[in-house]
Design a protein around this ligand. Structure first.
Ligand SMILES: Cc1ncc(C[n+]2csc(CCOP(=O)(O)OP(=O)(O)O)c2C)c(N)n1
Ligand SMILES: [Mg+2]
Length: 223
């Protein structure tokens, strides 16, 4: 993580109208509370998503990043923290992301250690390794949260130089590779818990609740 990254964006959740919250004027106080509620309920974006996961991660947890936009956003906006972070790299960077995280979870909990393993990845990286959701019935259940930022395809490629000149249709077919896979149904098929999360408040709740097994958290993101 970059040393000065914390200064790039201030992601801390300040009440939008702190004075209003303490006002003796009833309607001013009500407006301030409304504004606060709206802030808590505002739709998630990539920065809020990586920030929430980063904040929820403690030194006894493990965090794995998939190869996609989210790891780059994390690199740009998050500050340093003493937590174990893993990532696969290279040309085949999206290979085996869930499988790797499963191995990390199982190894780390083998001696009875506490903590959760989380993996935060894009929808294509998730679908590419969907076979890793399968857990044979007699295997140990990993404490694992798989958090998928679902923007309907590979949006990292929208940043390529060719995206500025190639016809949109061609770019979509070859790079974005859209899909309409239903993650909820995949979770059900493989016996995973599932939550579709659209607000910061709901995300914080999911990230701070006890994790007993395998959970899939889908966060819809705009392209
Ligand atoms: C095995 C393999 N095939 C292809 C790639 C090229 N690649 C890099 S990221 C990516 C997927 C990006 O889509 P997604 O996971 O949805 O993340 P997003 O960019 O949308 O956040 C692909 C196919 C790769 N890294 N590894
Ligand atoms: Mg994607």
């Amino acid at each position: 993580m970059q040393a000065s990254a914390a200064s790039v964006v201030d992601l801390s959740e300040n009440a939008p109208d702190q004075d209003g919250l303490h006002s003796t004027n009833l309607s001013a106080r009500r407006d301030a509370m409304r504004a606060e509620l709206a802030a808590v309920r505002r739709p998630l974006d990539r920065e809020l998503l990586v920030d929430a996961v980063w904040r929820a991660t403690w030194p006894h947890d493990r965090l794995m990043f998939g190869s996609s936009r989210l790891v780059r956003v994390a690199d740009a906006v998050l500050g340093g923290k003493k937590v174990p972070v893993h990532a696969n790299r290279g040309l085949a960077g999206i290979d085996g992301t869930i499988a790797t995280a499963t191995g990390i979870a199982l190894a780390s909990q083998a001696d009875g250690a506490a903590g959760v393993t989380r993996v935060i990845l894009g929808d294509l990286a998730f679908l590419h390794d969907v076979g890793a959701l399968l857990l044979p019935p007699d295997e140990v259940e990993p404490r694992l949260q798989v958090i998928v930022g679902n923007d309907g395809g590979g949006t990292i490629f929208d940043g390529l130089e060719v995206a500025a000149s190639a016809p949109r249709e061609d770019l979509d077919r070859v790079f974005y590779t859209p899909h309409t896979a239903q993650l909820e149904q995949l979770a059900a098929a493989y016996g995973w818990g599932y939550q579709r999360i659209t607000t910061r408040a709901a995300l914080d709740q999911a990230l701070t609740s006890p994790v007993a097994g395998r959970q899939l958290i889908e966060v819809p993101l705009p392209r």
